[in-house]
Write a protein that binds this ligand. Structure first.
Ligand code: ATP
Length: 426
């Protein structure tokens, strides 16, 4: 369990130093500019949520959420008037985006979101909430877990003052994830997924009262739209600890409620862990493929009808499942035969199935394909065939494939040999 190294200092110099140490110089000076303007206009300004949580945990935090107690759009306009840039306003939610001028951020952030503190009420369980302007206290009360309700005030003399209305610091120090009220999961069942994400990301525990709410909250998951449900699973698959999170979601029966075919066992978890080997930007897609590739097409179709994957991912997923189920069919075949087959699969699906395989000839085949064979090309090109006087047409492709197969299968090992084969073929 990661416990914060110390609590937040009360003395203003020490607070400012902790903040300065945690932020890059560009972020710090940007926050200072906004804080000065907020102070001039008498608008309390706060850093809220994940940034504060991670700062107190001593973890690097990059994204920050700024909440204004009052009209964020007025603050954004004042910043543009003084420093330049532009604003995009979302009046319904009182959210403003300040498009930063080069003088403020020559290299760093390109824009900054300013959010008006708001209160939220839920008309129906799992619906999107009704939003009204509110105080910071209201804004903190609408949040998911106590550890996400900490705020640091930034304007004027308050710079760095910690606001802890709901016991967030205590829970952070004890390593507990706790909802703010009994109906929290009913209001928003995505919190069931977020709960597990924080629990396993920080190696925290779920507060007993919160854990006790889970069984009765499960039916609300059915109310979640495909997009919201998929988004939560996407976020989980991007985490280092995704496999442990899926295991926990299964234990708590959250996963089965999302869709009965979304199961995990030890071998699936081991596969999902392989997604750590790809680039961070690819993790989500590989996470899905590694998780679900053992499923049949009908099972995948059922999951697809609940989650509505984007077209690219859906195609890669179905292809990975097809390839995974036929992986042993390559054994004993010549390279020319399976390169032609593998070329028809999306490359990422081949990479995912390769990652899933632990050992054996089929794994070596995929390795050779990915590293070497897929790059093999004959020296002959369409251009060469044209020069030889051949009429362009489907025959070109056939000849080029035969030449490539000859290289792959070791029947041709030099340019001379390829030329001789070409003469025969033509
Ligand atoms: P992460 O490190 O996972 O990105 P974060 O805290 O920055 O954590 P975001 O999803 O960016 O998470 O949300 C920002 C803040 O908004 C959270 O800290 C939390 O206070 C609040 N929040 C996000 N989702 C919900 C939700 N479903 N219900 C209530 N509050 C939420």
């Amino acid at each position: 369990m990661s416990i914060p190294s110390s609590s937040w200092p009360a003395e203003s110099g020490a607070r400012a130093k902790r903040l300065a140490d945690a932020l890059s110089p560009t972020s710090l000076s940007l926050l200072q500019v906004v804080a000065d303007e907020a102070a001039r206009r008498g608008l309390p300004l706060y850093l809220v949520g994940g940034f504060v949580r991670d700062l107190l945990l001593g973890r690097p935090a990059t994204d920050f959420d700024l909440v204004v107690e009052g009209d964020a759009t007025a603050l954004a306009r004042a910043l543009v008037a003084r420093h330049g840039g532009d604003t995009i306003l979302h009046n319904r939610f009182g959210t403003a985006q300040w498009l930063l001028p080069d003088t403020i951020s020559p290299t760093g952030h390109s824009s900054l979101d300013l959010i008006s503190a708001r209160s939220e009420t839920y008309k129906h369980p799992s619906a999107l909430p009704t939003v009204r302007p509110g105080s910071l206290a209201d804004d903190l009360r609408r949040r998911d877990f106590t550890v996400n309700t900490l705020a640091l005030r930034l304007d004027g003399e308050y710079f760095g003052e910690l606001r802890d209305d709901l016991g967030g610091l205590d829970d952070l120090q004890r390593g507990l994830v706790r909802v703010l009220h009994q109906r929290s999961f009913e209001d928003d069942p995505t919190r069931l997924f977020r709960l597990v994400r924080y629990e396993k990301r920080y190696d925290f525990e779920v507060a007993p009262e919160t854990l006790a709410l889970i069984p009765e909250s499960l039916p609300w998951i059915k109310k979640l739209s495909a997009e919201r449900l998929r988004h939560e699973l996407d976020l989980i698959l991007e985490e280092d600890n995704a496999a442990a999170m899926l295991k926990r979601l299964a234990e708590l029966k959250i996963l089965a409620e999302a869709h009965p075919a979304l199961a995990v066992n030890l071998s699936i978890r081991r596969r999902v862990e392989k997604a750590m080997q790809v680039l961070p930007g690819e993790r989500r897609a590989f996470g899905w493929m590694l998780w679900l590739m053992h499923l049949s097409r009908p099972a995948l179709k059922e999951i697809e009808s609940r989650l509505h994957f984007h077209a690219n991912l859906r195609d890669a997923l179905f292809a990975a499942s097809r390839l995974y189920s036929s992986r042993d069919s390559f054994i004993g075949k010549k390279p020319g035969q399976y390169v032609a087959v593998l070329d028809d699969f999306p490359l990422d699906s081949v990479r995912a199935v390769y990652l899933a395989m632990l050992r054996g000839e089929a794994r070596r085949t995929l390795h050779n394909y990915l590293e070497t064979w897929r790059h093999v090309k004959p020296k002959t090109t369409g251009h060469t065939l044209k020069k030889l006087g051949l009429e362009p047409g489907p025959r070109y492709q056939r000849i080029l494939h035969l030449l490539r197969d000859a290289w792959l299968d070791g029947e041709v090992t030099s340019e001379e040999e390829e030329k001789r084969l070409l003469e025969k073929l033509v």
